[in-house]
Design a protein around this ligand. Structure first.
Ligand code: GLC
Length: 733
């Protein structure tokens, strides 16, 4: 029994006796009174706590909880990973699985799949699903979403995050947070900030200029705080400008709490706190995961001793405790938690919808897809990834799934019994010995390739399920390169040589090099790690039961050498320091600047139907600075219903400072029946035209000419119009 559920029962009993015993002139204490403001409840509860009880609320009392206040019938604050569902129970004081049978979850698709839907409303449904299952498991805080920008395709945790663009990552995180927190469960946006690799993640000192910080690496967190009203945030392991993020006063006190007005709590990543003084003064509110006895945590005994010695004040303690109480009260920590739900049909269908809408159709020559199941008789399904389950991998974001449908199972079922399916493994990805160790040399198994080629030769269609796994897409290590392991390149080329109807389904959490075979296959579908319903979602997409609508949230470079971090040799750092030399030139901002042709550009994704854009109108007007109303029509010019993600990029002309060629500043997913035309309206406020000026520490929405670009991807601009911003507006963060 999760102890939080135990304290809930105790709490319910205490409220019950309060309400049924009229002889006691009981007034519900303010902190339990939902009719008063959250601030009032926090202040009331704070006055009732001893110093010891206060300290017990700002550090771990188990791997994933605080101490609570048993004297007042208040249970612990329970946290759980992660961004893809409620992690299995571990501990309480070890990382070992608790071996329970009541801690399964619906495995949601990974973060980068959710980002690829470009649908904040769907992100909200994703957040709601995990929130409901978190309630069922008695949790107050879910440790996600992760929004660290994809600076290099090699980062092991790219699969958990939301891609290379700060605006897209921010809007998707806002949707997720609003959905999850609407269920009464706190989200925890992470990892703040500059945690863009796993190599030396606990110690690397990240150095970058102000524009890069404010324009690339902070905006998704700022959106989570100011638009999503996220209740908690996790400080990252790394250092920023020489100081650990979890005690970095610039990040936590000046930017997050003062400038952005963050009212929630800042927790450390597990083991990310490093000193009492740094934690007290640097803005950390909740210390989690520090090794050793909890009473010796930096914010436990040592902080209490510092207060007793007069080094620290009770006010400094109360500032932290108040933030924790705010989250505790906001997440039913002092009343009876809603029961929540789990593994419902709605949860399953939300998982399938995210997997479907997050899959990206990268190539479809000769309308190879969708498969016409009424006409075909034989399909070879090739690749060990077709017959694998992935949900439990990746370390902290792994899930003990109620179920997970592999692609082989889902596709075989969808094809039906009139189609002969032949399976061949084709390759086996060698296990990486230990995290962080260099991958073993890819082992090309020519017997497996021969068997796969034979199966393909004997079938009308060949579906190769290629990609990576969570030995490569994982917390704790980065990939050594962008190549497919285990001879998959050779396999794909060999199969394509004997079957012209070869389709590649890519199961991976980050870009891979495709140059060895992309010109030899007519169709490619990027499906990421699609969670519980992945097999069914991929099957529905391949057979046309669902129409692909995903768009890439990151660039797929042709080769690793084309990436900005390779060009500047600014990754993974040297002597413990990493200079973000590429600055603002991250992702498409780099490839546009260098006029480099990627394999597939940011924002790209095909559909089984086609879309046409027309009638762009851009009207500028003055309101708190300049804003622009963008309106245009988009039509479904094909034969089937489909959804298009219309994208709006802003391109500054003649700016006084270097600006990216273009920047994403608006998007909308539009569902269109065949033949339907819709009018789309988007508003670009002054921030869409602004850059960050380090000298004045202000944003500058600079007067001058801008091009408003409307398109189907960053490299497929369909409409554009110039506007003039008449005057410059300067404003603070
Ligand atoms: C891990 C991860 C973090 C996770 C936490 C608890 O090291 O960095 O994302 O939420 O510890 O498992």
């Amino acid at each position: 029994m999760n102890s939080s559920r135990g304290s809930r029962c105790l709490l319910a009993a205490s409220i019950f006796c309060l309400t049924v015993s009229p002889t006691f002139s009981q007034v519900i204490p303010s902190f339990r009174d939902p009719s008063v403001s959250l601030d009032t409840r926090v202040k009331d509860l704070l006055t009732r706590l001893t110093t010891e009880e206060k300290l017990g609320l700002i550090h771990g009392a188990s791997k994933f909880s605080t101490a609570g206040v048993p004297r007042l019938g208040i249970g612990p604050l329970w946290m759980s990973d992660g961004p893809h569902g409620v992690r299995e129970e571990i501990g309480p004081d070890t990382w070992n699985a608790a071996g329970r049978t009541d801690d399964f979850s619906t495995a949601m698709p990974v973060g980068i799949c959710l980002a690829s839907t470009w649908d904040p409303d769907l992100a909200a449904a994703d957040g709601r699903t995990i929130g409901q299952e978190a309630l069922w498991r008695g949790k107050n805080i879910m440790l996600g979403p992760g929004v660290n920008i994809m600076r290099t395709p090699l980062n092991g945790r790219n699969f958990e995050y939301m891609g290379e663009d700060p605006y897209l990552a921010g809007q998707m995180a806002v949707g997720f947070i609003q959905g999850q927190q609407g269920e009464g469960v706190a989200s925890c946006v992470k990892h703040f900030a500059g945690n863009n690799q796993e190599i030396q993640r606990n110690s690397i000192d990240v150095q970058m200029d102000d524009r890069t910080l404010y324009e690339i690496y902070l905006p998704a967190f700022k959106a989570a705080v100011q638009q999503g009203h996220v209740l908690s945030l996790m400080g990252a392991y790394n250092k920023f400008r020489g100081t650990y993020c979890c005690e970095n006063s610039l990040l936590l006190n000046s930017i997050l709490k003062k400038d952005w007005g963050f009212q929630g709590l800042v927790m450390s990543d597990w083991g990310g706190a490093h000193s009492t003084d740094g934690s007290v003064r640097g803005g950390l509110d909740l210390e989690m995961g520090t090794e050793g006895p909890y009473g010796k945590n930096y914010l436990a005994g040592p902080f209490g001793a510092g207060i007793a010695a007069g080094t620290y004040s009770i006010d400094q303690l109360d500032e932290k405790v108040s933030r924790v109480l705010r989250v505790l009260i906001a997440t039913h920590g002092v009343d009876v938690k809603p029961a929540g739900s789990y593994n419902t049909r709605q949860h399953q269908m939300t998982a399938r919808k995210v997997a479907e809408d997050g899959s990206v159709l990268l190539k479809n020559d000769r309308a190879t897809l969708p498969l016409n199941t009424a006409k075909i008789h034989s399909v070879a399904i090739i690749g060990s990834n077709a017959n694998q389950k992935f949900a439990s991998g990746g370390m902290s974001s792994g899930i003990k799934a109620f179920y997970e449908v592999p692609i082989l199972e889902g596709l075989t079922r969808e094809l039906g019994d009139k189609v002969t399916v032949t399976y061949a493994a084709g390759y086996r990805i060698p296990r990486r010995m230990r995290r962080g160790q260099p991958s073993p040399a890819p082992v090309v198994d020519h017997d497996l390739i021969r068997q796969a080629v034979a199966a393909a030769r004997a079938s009308e269609f060949a579906i190769i399920v290629a990609g990576l796994n969570h030995d490569y897409d994982t917390e704790g290590s980065d990939r050594p390169n962008m190549k497919l392991p285990a001879g998959e390149d050779e396999l794909i080329a060999a199969v394509a040589a004997v079957n012209k109807h070869t389709v590649v389904v890519m199961v991976s959490g980050s870009p891979v090099e495709m140059g060895a075979w992309i010109g030899k296959v007519p169709a490619v579908l990027q499906t990421w790690y699609g969670g519980a319903e992945s097999g069914n979602a991929v099957a529905r997409l391949l057979t046309g039961a669902a129409n692909p609508s995903g768009k890439l949230p990151c660039t797929f470079p042709k080769r690793l050498e084309d990436t900005p971090t390779s060009h500047f040799k600014s990754y993974p750092g040297a002597n413990g320091v990493e200079h973000y030399e590429e600055g603002l030139k991250v992702g498409y901002r780099w490839y546009d600047d260098q006029k480099l042709e990627p394999e597939f550009p940011f924002g790209f994704g095909l559909s089984y139907t086609t879309f046409a854009y027309s009638n762009l109108d851009v009207t500028g007007y003055q309101e708190h600075g300049f804003a622009a109303h963008v309106q245009f029509d988009v039509a479904n010019t094909g034969k089937i219903d489909g959804a298009e993600v219309v994208q709006v990029y802003v391109s500054a002309k003649g700016s006084s400072v270097w600006r990216p060629v273009q920047e994403l500043k608006g998007f909308k997913k539009v569902l269109l029946a065949r033949g339907q035309t819709a009018s789309v309206s988007l508003l670009l406020d002054f921030s869409a035209f602004a850059y960050y000026d380090s000298a004045s520490q202000m944003w500058v929405s600079e007067k001058g000419e801008y091009e408003i670009r409307v398109g189907s991807s960053s490299r497929d601009i369909r409409l554009q119009k110039s506007i003039n911003v008449p005057q410059t507006l300067r404003y603070h963060d």
